[in-house]
Design a protein around this ligand. Structure first.
Ligand code: PRX
Length: 646
């Protein structure tokens, strides 16, 4: 019952929960033995005897002498254990088409796909780019790549051709798997043209073959290296024996935004990653695979889709829903209709989605039977207590625990979260390090801050699913995460412990923005803007936004002669927003472009984004004493007050 500020687990929930209170003591008393025990829940073709080799810190080697096949762990072993008939995927397409795929069928499809990829030349260590909508083929391809000991690089379908080409070239991708298109917001949305554009004029010379899923049936341009998925799969054998690979075999690269321009290829490996993805998924969502129906709304283009749609749930033999489309197509109750239809019992989504539903009103979820729900999760950005309480009440029927899970692309799996059968839940707080994880909150000097005081979140001990590096960039790996505090991983997030010792995440402390739970780099958007001939200088900030958490606001100094020559002065904003959409993708398109005469800079020439954020959020501008020219901010603010932005 709520005691005013927290919600304790019900006795029924607690008594049946997977995680028991002893789990914390077990992890504390011998952390490495605890992780080894979690790892042994997987199938190892060759059992490991070493747990952690940290002698090459900060590159960890977990379970180094063990061998396993990740795909076998997610598929074959469940079939062998007699669960072949269990539904692995309940797929719901946006137009309303449905497919139920059992573990036996999924295993067969993945085996066939592994044979197709082998025929297309994919072998151990090769990179395969996956640029697909949220359809079963995305999951099948990821598992097929993993089965071969190859490395996938999933590129979110909302990224542009240019962004795709950058990612393909950074990883020397050999094969691209895509689709003609997918369905979004009630209509077919093409994908293949972006692949064609990325590969045109030999821009991506390493790509040898393209495999194309027919999803929408729209016309596509056909090139020499293209192959239809259905043709290749029809020819392929469904026999494929999974070979065991070393625990540290690379599993995937996933690009994410950092503080500087180019996206970082975050590298994850096999045994440790799968261990922590499966362990957290089971314990934090209290998964009972025989009876639960789980649904995580993330796209496989993000880390949440990797760890909590593909690897965690499938390693645990879960039955789960995957949905192709947007939450409001064709009606605003679509998600709740899906929960009702499949009797979803565990639901995992982002605060942005919760806030937009909250704005629409609870009449919409109230029309559906959501009584199957038992556990709710939140991820991607801080969840405000109001949204947390609404989620628990309007969606969770005032009975479901809400677990706020903090983690990152780099951490691979959840790091801070309550455990639903143990923790007394506090709205808005991620609360406790997951058993096995050691967190500190420190000041700029690396000293621990007292309770109640804000500081920087660091992780002080290696963890199994930690990134093993940035693809082909060890220097940047060291610099970005390990250089600030000796021997500690610096996450880039502010945080504090409250008086009870619970953790509250306070948002990024660097130039990374979080828009609808998607990570965007200010530098990357600035470099897109200055790539336009009209723009002399640009500064981008994340301004707080009621629904999306943050929104992209850009300040630009124009080359007026160029704008005048083009005769398009009234379209500046539209054209610059398009530029960002083309370079990166629609998710990065600024909400607002503000044209200014100057930008606030320190004497050393660094843009003071803090001041621009004040302006973008309509606050009085803070301390300007470190500015080279202290009058700049009053000029910008006055101009904006006149309504003279874009
Ligand atoms: O700032 C934190 C925020 O999202 C960042 C990681 O983004 P990404 O790598 O894209 O992964 C998102 C999904 C795991 C973090 O540095 N973040 C993520 N979850 C939370 C969060 N901030 C507050 N509370 C969370 N639960």
């Amino acid at each position: 019952m709520p005691d005013g500020k927290s919600f304790s687990p019900s006795p029924e929930f607690a008594s049946q929960a997977i995680a028991k209170p002893e789990i914390y003591a077990a992890a504390k008393s011998d952390r490495l033995a605890f992780w080894a025990e979690q790892a042994r829940a997987l199938h190892w073709a060759k059992p490991f005897t070493e747990i952690l080799d940290w002698s090459h810190a900060p590159v960890a080697r977990w379970f180094d002498d063990g061998e396993l096949n990740v795909s076998y762990n997610c598929l074959d072993r469940h079939v062998i254990a007699g669960h072949g008939d269990r539904i692995a995927l309940y797929f719901e397409g946006e137009p309303g088409d449905r497919r139920e795929i059992s573990y036996a069928e999924l295993t067969r499809e993945v085996k066939k796909c592994a044979n197709v990829l082998t025929r297309l030349g994919v072998g151990k260590g090769d990179r395969v780019a996956i640029y697909l909508p949220m359809i079963p083929e995305a999951v099948i391809t990821m598992l097929a790549v993993a089965r071969l000991g190859a490395i996938h690089s999933v590129v979110f379908g909302g990224f542009s051709a240019d962004a795709l080409a950058t990612r393909i070239n950074d990883a020397d991708v050999r094969v691209v798997v895509t689709a003609d298109g997918g369905y979004r917001k009630g209509k077919a949305s093409a994908l293949k043209p972006a692949v064609d554009e990325a590969l045109a004029n030999d821009r991506c010379p390493t790509v040898e073959q393209v495999l194309v899923v027919k999803r929408t049936g729209e016309d596509v341009v056909w090139n020499d290296q293209d192959h239809w998925w259905h043709d290749e799969m029809a020819k392929a054998s469904d026999e494929h024996e999974a070979q065991a690979f070393p625990s540290e075999q690379e599993l995937f690269i996933l690009y994410t935004s950092g503080t500087t321009g180019a996206p970082k290829g975050i590298l994850h490996t096999s045994g440790g990653y799968l261990t922590q993805a499966a362990y957290t998924h089971k314990n934090i969502f209290d998964l009972h695979p025989e009876t639960d129906v789980y649904w995580c709304t993330a796209d496989v283009g993000w880390i949440t889709g990797h760890s909590y749609v593909v690897y965690g749930p499938l390693a645990n033999g879960a039955s789960q829903v995957i949905y192709e489309g947007t939450p409001d197509a064709p009606h605003p109750g679509r998600w709740w209709e899906i929960i009702e239809r499949y009797k979803v019992s565990i639901f995992y989504t982002a605060p942005t989605a919760i806030r937009s539903f909250m704005k629409l009103g609870r009449e919409i979820p109230d029309k559906f039977d959501l009584s199957s729900l038992r556990v709710l999760g939140s991820v991607g950005e801080p969840i405000n207590p109001e949204a947390w309480l609404w989620y628990r009440s309007a969606i969770g029927g005032d009975k479901c625990p809400v677990v706020d899970t903090w983690w990152q692309t780099e951490t691979g799996a959840i790091m801070v979260s309550p455990l639903p059968g143990i923790t007394s839940l506090k709205p808005g707080s991620a609360q406790t390090p997951v058993p096995g994880i050691e967190i500190k909150i420190v000041n700029e000097e690396g000293e621990e801050v007292p309770r109640g005081e804000a500081g920087l979140l660091t992780i002080t001990e290696p963890w199994p699913s930690m990134l093993r590096g940035i693809w082909r960039n060890p220097g940047r790996f060291h610099e970005a995460y390990w250089s600030r505090f000796e021997g500690q991983y610096f996450a880039g997030d502010g945080a504090k412990f409250d008086d009870d010792g619970d953790i509250w995440l306070l948002g990024r402390v660097d130039d990374v923005m979080n828009v609808s739970g998607h990570r965007l780099s200010t530098a990357e958007i600035e470099s897109s803007l200055v790539g336009h001939p009209w723009v002399a200088e640009a500064a981008v900030v994340g301004a707080s936004d009621e629904i999306t958490g943050q929104a992209v606001v850009a300040f630009v100094i124009l080359r007026l002669d160029q704008v005048e020559a083009a005769g398009e002065a009234e379209n500046i904003s539209k054209i610059l927003r398009e530029q960002v959409s083309k370079d990166i993708g629609p998710i990065a398109r600024p909400r607002q472009i503000m044209v200014v005469a100057e930008l606030p800079k320190t004497r050393s020439g660094k843009i003071m984004r803090r001041l621009l954020r004040d302006v973008a959020e309509g606050r009085p501008v803070g301390d300007v004493t470190t500015l080279a020219d202290t009058s700049v901010m009053s000029v910008i603010s006055a101009k904006l007050a006149d309504g003279a932005s874009d």
